[in-house]
Design a protein around this ligand. Structure first.
Ligand SMILES: Cc1cc2nc3c(=O)[nH]c(=O)nc-3n(C[C@H](O)[C@H](O)[C@H](O)COP(=O)(O)O)c2cc1C
Ligand SMILES: [Fe+2]
Ligand SMILES: [Fe+2]
Length: 387
């Protein structure tokens, strides 16, 4: 894939990884992007996961056409991008690693390689000329990891954005759902906790004239950039993207699930724009987390369990807590057969979150939903529909 005459894509698709970061299903794989800039000096922008070193090396050698790499810019040390640095250093003994102070501080934790005379340490705003291309470095601490930096190539106006604007899915897969669905699942699950650092990076980016974004996962973005940047602004400021309600349930024998489905029907009947129902015991947790952030409202329905809440609901809430879920309106439905405890447990976790409004009434059912429960459900549905 050609980005421009001088900039080449040399990344790889990984379509047989079981779980990305040992946690996320990637049914359509994931790409580890790496780029090569050919000028008077040759710069390599990041490497790939060690799972794919051989394939990447082949792409690199083809793109190089017998030239040598002068600089390897290390924007992120996480193994999905740094996993082939050692190989690159072996291939090009004269190559200089370009990173920041934090990069080289962390480097020995991952690699047992002597860096003497092989590094160039850059700071915010530093630039490096390759000839007609110039790399400008901007620190992006905690846009996933502390050592992250992004690079703006000013002659072609390309932003190399590290994990920012990344998306699940191999590049040879044409995603029928477009960019946002899997980019959103990637963002909230992987970067979600770091909204403030992403906001800081977006402010720096606003001062640059960007024509192309080259992320470390997923497609190169080269048109309608305002859309992607605005979407990232919405996500990183924890504002809901769409009006709607996620109804997430945790049910042991299915009765809480039935009640949740019936509650969702009530919301639809009241004209709520979008209602999504998810079974936390069975659906991809990362997908449900994505929906929790996407919509402005959420209703939790859970069975009680050993004096607390059914584990998949607890797990879900802990994920939301660790991703800094905030600024949303939430309703609670609990089920219990002898002493319902799920509601109290869920409320306890929600109360630790910033600006989460729990709407009344909290609804309790006993084992199964009865006609006598309908009025309480209607009251909660009204409150959610109006919120
Ligand atoms: C291992 C286990 C522990 C449970 N602990 C409680 C509990 O502490 N309090 C309670 O009221 N019900 C408890 N229950 C009952 C469930 O909450 C009950 O199955 C639920 O009310 C029915 O909803 P469901 O069909 O969605 O599972 C427990 C059930 C199981 C299987
Ligand atoms: Fe990362
Ligand atoms: Fe990554």
């Amino acid at each position: 894939m050609k980005i421009s005459d001088a900039v080449k894509y040399i990344g790889v698709d990984d379509k047989n990884i079981d779980l990305f970061e040992s946690q996320y299903v990637v049914p359509e794989g994931v790409s580890y992007n790496s780029y090569l800039i050919l000028d008077e000096k040759v710069a390599l922008m990041d490497t790939v996961d060690s799972r794919k070193t051989a394939e990447w090396e082949q792409n690199l050698m083809e793109a190089l056409e017998s030239r040598k790499v002068d600089y390897l810019v290390v924007q992120h040390l996480e193994p999905d991008h740094a996993g082939s640095i050692q190989r690159a250093m072996e291939l090009f003994p004269e190559m200089t690693l370009v990173g920041n102070a934090k990069t080289f501080n962390m480097f020995p934790q991952f690699f047992d390689i002597d860096l003497t005379d092989r590094t160039l340490t850059v700071q915010e705003g530093d630039s490096l000329s390759l000839g007609s291309h110039t790399l400008n470095f901007y620190m992006a601490p905690m846009v996933h990891w502390p050592e992250v930096m992004v690079t703006y190539e000013s002659s072609e106006k390309i932003l190399f954005s590290a994990d920012g604007f990344g998306k699940f899915g191999a590049l040879d897969y044409d995603d029928p759902e477009g960019w946002a669905c899997e980019a959103r699942r990637y963002y909230f699950n992987i970067v979600g906790k770091y909204g403030a650092p992403v906001q800081a990076l977006l402010k720096k980016a606003a001062g640059l004239d960007i024509q192309k974004i080259c992320p470390l996962h997923g497609p190169v973005l080269d048109e309608n950039l305002e859309y992607y940047i605005n979407t990232y602004n919405t996500w990183s400021s924890y504002q809901p993207e769409d009006k709607g309600v996620l109804v997430a349930y945790a049910s042991i024998h299915g009765n809480t699930g039935k009640a949740a489905e019936r509650f969702a029907e009530m919301l639809r009947a009241k004209g709520v724009e979008k209602v999504v129902v998810s079974d936390l015991a069975r659906e991809d947790m990362a997908e449900v987390i994505e929906d929790a952030f996407r919509y402005d409202r959420m209703v939790l329905a859970s069975a009680s369990y050993d004096g607390g809440v059914f584990p998949c609901m607890q797990d879900f809430l802990h994920h939301l807590q660790s991703k800094a879920y905030q600024n949303r309106t939430v309703g609670i439905i609990e089920n219990g057969s002898w002493g319902p405890t799920a509601g109290r447990s869920m409320k306890g976790i929600l109360e630790t979150m910033k600006n989460v409004t729990i709407v009344d009434p909290m609804v309790t059912i006993r084992s199964t939903m009865k006609e006598s429960d309908v009025s309480a459900f209607e009251a909660l549905a009204d409150a959610i529909a109006k919120a």
